[in-house]
Design a protein around this ligand. Structure first.
Ligand SMILES: Nc1ncnc2c1ncn2[C@@H]1O[C@H](COP(=O)(O)OP(=O)(O)O)[C@@H](O)[C@H]1O
Ligand SMILES: [Mg+2]
Length: 329
């Protein structure tokens, strides 16, 4: 667990939050340690827990209901909400807080660098979808629908808007190529849109970054952070997962095919078109520009690595996708 300073507010904020919790909780607490914005580790002799803030009461309620539904349906590999407030909800300075069961992390962190972790993450995610497939009726109208095409069109538009800055850092040939992949991909997704509208819908996790998987002390991989859940085709989560691990698979389709879970998807044109979309590159540049962090040396290094460092492999990957689509016909 990376504990960052300055993310959870200053000392004064923390001491006020501490007093608030002391008054409002049914248990005694000893210490609050910020993890990141709105996420705290709370030490208590009775139960250590994670305190997570949500921007509205509604969001907190949805999380609470979703997590208890998940558990009821038999999904064990996540946390439960502790009910520790004397008069719920906990509300401190316009933020609503939930108390999450603390999953004791293993020394060995979950990372997409290793095949074992790639595999285990994929299994947890698939179990998650199997279970959330049964929760659609209950959460329809409460959780939004996932809109792949709209999301990526917006991402492309922002990237285009940011180009006048990006072009100082990335050569034109590469940018032209990236924009070509993006257009080709979006057109393909549009043509195959019926495919994304789900054969069998499930609740998608929506953010399968490595830090939303937790390897616990007893070596079980847990899935956490359901802030971005939506209803859609589970293949959209698989797509995101593939995007996350491909940099560690040298952008190789045969490597991706080693995972049986991807086999059905790799036979679908819609999935192949979508794999071509440079989602990580666009996302990271858009974020770096939004946060004005693109000139920081560490950040710049990371941006260059994904944009330029892996460019040759990604170009080959794009060609392979095109060929595979022709093969399917
Ligand atoms: N239940 C938990 N047990 C242990 N660690 C947790 C738990 N929930 C969150 N964390 C830690 O806090 C980090 C941020 O929490 P997360 O819910 O993912 O918030 P965010 O929405 O800010 O990404 C996680 O990446 C993890 O390291
Ligand atoms: Mg998270």
């Amino acid at each position: 667990m990376a504990i960052k300073k300055n993310h959870g507010g200053d000392d004064l904020f923390l001491s006020r939050l501490f007093s608030y919790l002391q008054k409002q909780l049914t248990i005694q607490i000893d210490k609050i340690i910020p993890i990141r914005k709105h996420v705290y580790f709370v030490k208590s002799k009775e139960t250590n827990f994670i305190l997570k803030g949500y921007s509205s009461y509604n969001r907190l309620l949805v999380q609470n209901d979703f997590l208890s539904a998940l558990k009821q349906e038999g999904f064990e590999k996540t946390y439960s909400f502790h009910q520790l407030a004397k008069n719920p909800p906990l509300q401190f300075r316009n933020t609503f807080y939930g108390c999450l069961e603390f999953i004791h992390p293993s020394e060995k962190k979950f990372t997409y660098h290793f095949r074992e972790d790639q595999e285990e993450g994929l299994e947890v995610l698939s179990q998650f979808h199997e279970i959330t497939g049964n929760l659609i009726n209950r959460f329809e109208g409460i959780i939004p629908s996932f809109k792949q095409l709209e999301k990526w069109k917006e991402r492309s538009a922002t990237f285009l808007y940011n180009l006048p800055v990006i072009k100082y850092y990335v050569q034109k040939e590469i940018l032209d190529e990236l924009l070509y992949w993006a257009d080709w991909s979006l057109e393909g997704i549009q043509a195959e849109s019926s495919f994304f509208k789900a054969e069998k819908a499930a609740i998608l996790h929506g953010d399968v970054a490595h830090h939303n998987f937790l390897r616990s002390k007893n070596e079980i991989v847990y899935l956490i952070d359901f802030d971005l859940i939506s209803i859609g085709n589970p293949i959209s989560d698989l797509l995101q997962y593939a995007n996350r691990i491909l940099p560690y698979l040298n952008w190789s389709i045969p490597e991706l095919s080693k995972y049986k879970r991807f086999h059905p998807a790799l036979k679908k044109k819609g999935f192949l078109y979508a794999l071509a979309y440079p989602t990580d590159i666009f996302r990271e540049w858009n974020r770096a520009i939004r946060e004005k962090s693109y000139f920081q040396p560490e950040r710049k290094k990371q941006l260059f690595e994904i944009t330029i460092g892996q460019f040759k492999e990604r170009k080959e990957f794009f060609k392979a996708l095109q060929e595979k689509i022709i093969e399917i016909g």
